[in-house]
Write a protein that binds this ligand. Structure first.
Ligand code: C2E
Ligand code: MG
Ligand code: MG
Length: 546
């Protein structure tokens, strides 16, 4: 556009006409204000003129109205054309339509603030909103609640049904959460299977629990995803502003801690933050740091507990049980660190250290002829087992240690099989194809679905100590124990009773047809040096009766 010094339009090019929708006749002779939109006020144009007079140039984004009435963003650059005496003669204005640029900017901004899978606000947007909620509540004195929501055992869904179904589940969850929010609330995807809900303006904490309960109820019935019916249960942790923190990070952390407690005390529930959770988490954090160090410095030792035949007293194997030689706290039992190791994934390196150490010892004994065909049983955590490359890792450890796989047994628990995962079954069968044996540990405690026993060829069942502890006096446990033994016999699976401490337990087990035991009566778990001596000692029950 070419204008005179006073802004009268002298001429425009065809591109201008095309962009604005006017005819030349409607424009030439008029003023550029024909294009003016309500986006800019008089002061804006005032500043433009001041700068033009001073510098002869002006350039800025501007919204102009087209003939049809819609406002369109342009990049407008105006330059003054001077006469030889330095006075401005005309102005030349170049308009660039930047609608597309704006649109893609908006898209980028949207994707920077939203999660691609679910379309929900993401972490950044949530923390922005949270910051806003904090500053506005600080002024108004209002309270709000933060709900941290995590799906229970989502990993199982992903592992057993695949990521494709997993993604659909997350989308469905996002929809349900979106429907449970009130107007003005924010539901965001925090990452993975974690969601956060910001509930603005609440008067009492009960309002947050009503929302939490509503969410839990919404997940009462299974989701229909393709041909699957999938029951998803969320766990929820709640923190309240200002009581549980007055910064974004404190509120999030405390909601997360409460979520953790909710999970601990039974899945599919919710929990409000309490101050003592913070101390627990400090302890956990400390422990986690110490565990990392323990892995680096190899502070783990493996103890061996003999497994014995009642009939002959022969030690036919041993279970490897890890201990942590803690630099300050002495020898720690697995119960003191395995749960945290599982939560943090540190069980994976620890499990490999144990396996390597136990197998190396066993191999040495084979070479020294202390061991001939006795089997070494190693516990494998569900977390370790679920690793996609589990089989490869085990295979490379076995190659490294060169232990005959027929001397190795893995003890796994039912938790591995809860989702009925095909991969889990394949892994078990692969190990068995190598000649290893696989036993089902703590049998009778977990979900104890007998259907696992028909789908998977376990080599043995370990009857959990909880049933053995008070047999034969306790009728129920005596009945359960003898039923497990009979069932295993029919299925042609070996049984071994754990936690045998008394001679009368031995007698009962023997009468029921169980010949294999493990427990303090014969020996506690002992360090490698002691195990060699134990191996040839006659067991008490044979000494007494024999
Ligand atoms: P588990 O696999 O059921 O191991 C048997 C546990 O029972 C051992 O406890 C053992 O010391 C204990 N025990 C054996 N006989 C008796 C008895 O007569 N009376 C009593 N009261 N207890 C007996 P420990 O060594 O404390 O291990 C506890 C659990 O920690 C194990 O239970 C196992 O689930 C886990 N664990 C141990 N080592 C490892 C490991 O290397 N990796 C993994 N993933 N888990 C391990
Ligand atoms: Mg075990
Ligand atoms: Mg056990």
């Amino acid at each position: 556009m070419l204008t005179s010094r006073d802004g009268t339009i002298l001429d425009v090019n065809d591109a201008f006409l095309e962009m604005t929708g006017y005819d030349r006749g409607e424009i030439v002779g008029g003023k550029p204000s024909i294009l003016r939109s309500e986006h800019h006020d008089d002061a804006f144009y005032g500043r433009m003129w001041v700068q033009l007079e001073k510098t002869g140039r002006w350039s800025q984004e501007i919204w102009n109205r087209r003939k049809e009435g819609d406002a369109v963003p342009f990049l407008l650059s105006i330059s003054a054309m001077k006469r030889r005496d330095g006075r401005t003669d005309k102005y030349i204005a170049v308009y660039n339509d930047i609608t597309e640029i704006k649109r893609s900017q908006a898209k980028i901004r949207h994707s920077a603030y939203h999660d691609a899978l679910t379309g929900l606000p993401n972490r950044s947007l949530l923390t922005d909103r949270l910051d806003m909620a904090i500053s506005s509540s600080r002024r108004s004195g209002e309270r709000f609640a933060l709900l941290f929501i995590d799906l229970d055992r989502f990993k199982n869904i992903n592992d057993s049904l695949g990521h494709f179904v997993g993604d659909k589940v997350l989308k469905a969850v996002a929809t349900i959460l979106g429907e449970s929010q009130r107007q003005g609330d924010t539901v965001a995807r925090w990452g993975g299977d974690e969601f956060v809900m910001l509930i603005s303006r609440i008067r009492k904490p009960e309002e947050a629990s009503i929302v939490a309960r509503r969410i839990l109820e919404a997940f009462n019935k299974p989701l229909r995803i393709d041909e699957h019916h999938i029951l998803v249960t969320p766990s929820i942790g709640i923190s309240l502003y200002p009581g549980d923190g007055d910064t974004c990070s404190a509120l999030l952390r405390n909601a997360d801690l409460s979520l953790y407690k909710a999970k601990e005390q039974g899945k599919g529930s919710f929990r409000f933050f309490r101050a003592e959770y913070e101390k627990d988490s400090l302890d956990r954090l400390q422990l986690e740091m110490e565990l990392r160090r323990a892995i680096e410095e190899q502070q783990f030792v493996v103890y061996f507990q003999p497994q014995v035949r009642i009939s002959t007293g022969e030690v036919f194997g041993a279970e490897a049980l890890v201990r942590w030689k803690h630099p300050d706290r002495g020898l720690l039992p697995p119960g003191a660190f395995i749960p945290i190791a599982e939560e943090t994934g540190l069980i994976i390196p620890i499990g490999e250290i144990v396996l390597r150490q136990a197998c190396t010892q066993w191999k040495r004994w084979v070479q020294e002829r202390t061991i001939s065909n006795e089997r070494l049983a190693v516990n494998i955590s569900g977390v370790q087992f679920a690793q996609p490359d589990f089989i490869d890792r085990i295979s490379s450890i076995l190659k490294e240690v060169k232990l005959d796989p027929r001397l190795l047994e893995f003890e796994i628990t039912e938790s591995i099989l809860v989702s009925g995962s095909e991969q889990a079954i394949d892994k078990i069968h692969t190990l068995q194809d190598w000649g290893m044996t696989v036993s089902l540990d703590d049998f009778g405690t977990g979900y104890s679905s007998l259907s696992y026993l028909s789908g998977i060829r376990f080599d043995s069942l370990k009857i959990d100590r909880q049933f053995i502890v008070n047999i034969p006096e306790n009728d129920d446990n005596a009945a359960i124990t003898s039923a497990i033994i009979a069932m295993a016999d029919r299925l042609d699976i070996d049984v071994i009773a754990e936690g045998v401490e008394k001679k009368r337990q031995v007698d009962y087990l023997w009468r029921q047809g169980c010949d294999r035991i493990q427990g303090f009566l014969h020996s506690r778990p002992v360090p490698a040096e002691q195990f060699v001596k134990l191996k040839n000692a006659a067991p008490v029950w044979l000494r007494k009766t024999g």
